[in-house]
Design a protein around this ligand. Sequence first.
Ligand SMILES: Nc1ncnc2c1ncn2[C@@H]1O[C@H](COP(=O)(O)OP(=O)(O)OP(=O)(O)O)[C@@H](O)[C@H]1O
Ligand SMILES: Cc1ncsc1CCO
Ligand SMILES: [Mg+2]
Length: 244
Amino acid sequence: MSGAIPERAVELLGEVRRRRPRIHCLMNSVVPKFVADGLSALGAIPSMTSSPEEVGHFVAKADALLVNLGTLDAQRREAIGIAVDVADEKGRPWALDPAHCDYSPPRAAFAQELLARGPAVLRANAAEYDLLAVPADVVAVRTGKADRIAWNGAVLHVENGHPLTALVTGTGCLSGAVIAAFLAVEADPFLAASAAMLVFGIAAEMAGKTATGPGSFEPALLDALASLEGTHILQFAKADNEQG
Ligand SMILES: Nc1ncnc2c1ncn2[C@@H]1O[C@H](COP(=O)(O)OP(=O)(O)OP(=O)(O)O)[C@@H](O)[C@H]1O
Ligand SMILES: Cc1ncsc1CCO
Ligand SMILES: [Mg+2]
């Protein structure tokens, strides 16, 4: 299966750029601009409002939703409840990022409740991931030096990436948004998440070739998300099924 994933990633990146899906992001207060810029660079359209009065309308017509639990507060919790209700009603795919749930038991409990509400994908760093029980119907993405994507017994490792990614706050948040963008154009959530992680990892590698540190890496990553071509994916993809 892994042999076909780079080829599908090329097609899906083309679909994102052609269709320009709108991704509604319930984002934390730390990195909304970076996440919105990353989605725009990729070819999608970000929307970011988290007001409870408006979020339902934004989600109803969005192509996919990202729920990120960073800087969670009472209003964000209310907005997340409404957004997930509407995504459910309208059949919009959504991804969950349980940001920093490892620092706060109430947040971990909320993340676990949300996992039962049917996100297509969970994207978490290793510490967050280890705390949660991911239901069988949710694609589980654990990011780190290598990214691991698991669903229904299929497990893919994506080895692409660059160490500077770990030094820029919000790259995990942006990777969740990229997953949501691919969910908007691909009904198979394992394929969508795999393609997204491949594209993100290869863009990071390209950015790492010119960056001299985290400060220059951040804009270089945005540039790479915009300039990445299908040939780069086919040339650089390092994706393998987990050996049992
Ligand atoms: N050592 C590393 N080498 C290469 N890439 C890495 C490394 N560590 C993390 N990454 C990449 O950095 C991105 C962020 O992953 P990480 O697991 O650090 O998420 P995170 O902690 O949620 O990030 P943030 O909260 O800052 O958004 C992912 O794309 C991941 O593949
Ligand atoms: C640092 C930080 N704190 C809350 S959200 C966020 C960005 C993603 O880690
Ligand atoms: Mg995070």
